[in-house]
Design a protein around this ligand. Structure first.
Ligand SMILES: [Zn+2]
Length: 249
């Protein structure tokens, strides 16, 4: 689904528009001119459906030069090894997440906890994948588009949002940090932290962008910042923003 001049949603499960595998997070492709950058990879259960979307827009898998991961939960990185092999792209992630994924540390990734608790089909796992660290504040330039990593813990550790600047517009790909309406995703996992979430909300509020594109529950292409401000306001009144329950499958 093309949503803007440069941005395509090529994967989306039940917590989104539900046109690829139901377990997929919203998976994006940004057109940088000659090359594409993919953001997250879906759950890896039916990656051929995402391939179908890429082909539908007349792109080739080999057009994808970089894959940026927001964090290592299964619905975001399950397809990482598959798409790395298919495209030959360089995979970049927060330094912690790059290590978890490369080592296959499913405990740190909360993949085993999620599978045991029925969030994924029985036997679901994530294939190890070589990934390079992309640290807070670093910038990747592809064609005329810049991608800046923004360390955004709270939902989990090793979480990057990506601030993307094109000649036309600025986008914040917020992963599972803050969703439309200022909603957040707290989960009973080892590295979810409310205090970190508050700092992340303040940090994102200081960034300049037009569009907010989270990994679930819809996008705002013009007034994205309002959703971050809403979360900040609730935190400042000592409240906790509404919970966004991410449906799996
Ligand atoms: Zn997540």
């Amino acid at each position: 689904m093309q949503i803007d001049k440069r941005v395509y949603v090529v994967g989306s499960g039940k917590s989104g528009s539900n046109f690829t595998d139901p377990y997929d997070c919203d998976t994006y492709v940004v057109n940088c001119g000659n090359d594409l950058v993919m953001i997250d990879t879906g759950a890896g259960i039916s990656p051929e459906k995402i391939c179908g979307q890429i082909a539908f827009h007349n792109f080739l898998p080999s057009d994808i030069k970089y894959i940026l991961l927001t964090h290592t939960h299964g619905d975001h990185v399950g397809g990482a090894a598959y798409f790395k092999k298919l495209t030959g792209a360089t995979v970049l992630a927060h330094p912690l997440s790059a290590r978890y994924l490369q080592d296959g540390d499913f405990n740190k990734m909360s993949v085993d906890t999620a599978e045991k608790n029925g969030l994924y089909p029985s036997g679901f796992t994530v294939e190890k994948c070589k990934a390079s660290p992309f640290s807070d504040g670093e910038i990747l330039k592809v064609g005329d588009v810049e991608f800046m990593a923004v360390d955004t813990p709270g939902h989990c550790s090793g979480h990057n949002a990506y601030l993307v600047t094109t000649p036309e517009k600025r986008y914040l790909f917020s992963g599972d940090s803050i969703f439309l309406g200022g909603r957040i995703s707290l989960q009973n996992i080892w590295d979810c932290c409310l205090a970190d979430y508050v700092e992340t909300a303040h940090k994102l509020e200081c960034l300049e962008f037009d569009a907010l594109l989270p990994s679930h529950f819809g996008i705002d292409l013009s007034e994205g910042k309002e959703h971050i401000q809403k979360a900040v306001q609730i935190f400042e009144r000592l409240g906790i923003p509404e919970q966004a329950f991410i449906a799996r499958g």
